[in-house]
Design a protein around this ligand. Structure first.
Ligand code: AP5
Ligand code: MG
Length: 213
């Protein structure tokens, strides 16, 4: 049973790799960012609260995020494994998820750290486009759709994320290096971390992750 955590800076390719990994291993892809954007697009009460954090590139408060994760983990499809992308994101969240999993007699068996220098992620994020209906991720140069602005899978319109502006990218990366990166050491102590070179092509990164799994 695969219980995977994908970790890496913004633009390292977590969402891109997660989509393929989830299909390959038939496990759910749990992305807090995707769940939040879903609430925002549906304009739920929670969605309105989330906007001021997510669109500004700031972390959503831990208690709000933990509730969402608890609900998601309780769903039946998580019984045979899962892939987390974007949670945990600070030490407090890592401690919370460790306890949650322990109570379910589970633990992550792989933490995949996608490694990429800061300089390379800006171009990836500025050129990212996402399908408004299914969430599939594209890049205008590195992974373009067949028809400009249209999702290959479902014909949905592609949009640019509000937090993918130079200023917000800088602040998100700052948060990553100060709050999220230290989690890798937390899991290194448990001997479950594998480092992957995320500067390679999408298919090469995928092959390297598969070797580890
Ligand atoms: P989230 O949605 O998780 O965004 P993020 O962490 O900023 O990460 P990204 O989605 O930007 O990067 P990615 O690694 O997934 O890259 P991708 O595969 O798309 O979170 C958004 C916000 O939600 C947060 O800022 C926060 O407000 C809130 N939030 C979420 N979780 C939270 C939590 N736990 N606690 C509190 N708040 C939380 O790839 C990027 C681009 O590069 C794409 O265009 C892709 O096509 C391209 N690309 C990918 N791989 C390659 C490659 N190998 N070569 C060339 N191009 C590539
Ligand atoms: Mg993502």
């Amino acid at each position: 049973m695969q219980k995977i955590l994908l970790i890496g800076p913004q633009g390292s390719g977590k969402g891109t790799q997660a989509e393929q990994l989830a299909k390959t291993y038939s496990i759910p892809h749990i992305s807090t960012g995707d769940i939040f954007r879903q609430h925002m697009s549906e304009k739920t009460e929670l969605g309105k609260l989330l906007e001021s954090f997510v669109n500004e590139g700031k972390l959503v408060p831990n208690d709000v995020t933990l509730e969402i994760i608890k609900e998601r983990l309780a769903q039946d499809d998580c019984a045979n494994g899962f892939l987390f992308d974007g949670y945990p994101r600070n030490i407090e969240q890592a401690e919370s998820i460790d306890v949650l999993l322990e109570n379910l007699e589970m633990t992550f068996n792989h933490v995949i750290s996608l490694e990429i220098p800061r300089e390379l992620v800006i171009e990836r994020l500025e050129g990212r486009r996402t399908c408004a209906s299914c969430g599939k991720i594209y890049h205008i140069r590195f992974n373009p759709p067949i028809i400009d602005g249209i999702c290959d899978d479902d014909g949905g319109k592609l949009y640019q994320r509000e937090d993918d502006t130079i200023e917000k990218i800088a602040s998100r990366l700052e948060t990553y290096y100060t709050q999220t990166e230290p989690i890798i050491d937390h899991y290194r102590e448990k001997g479950i971390v594998s480092e992957i070179d995320a500067t390679l092509d999408i298919s090469e990164v995928f092959a390297k992750i598969q070797e580890v799994l």
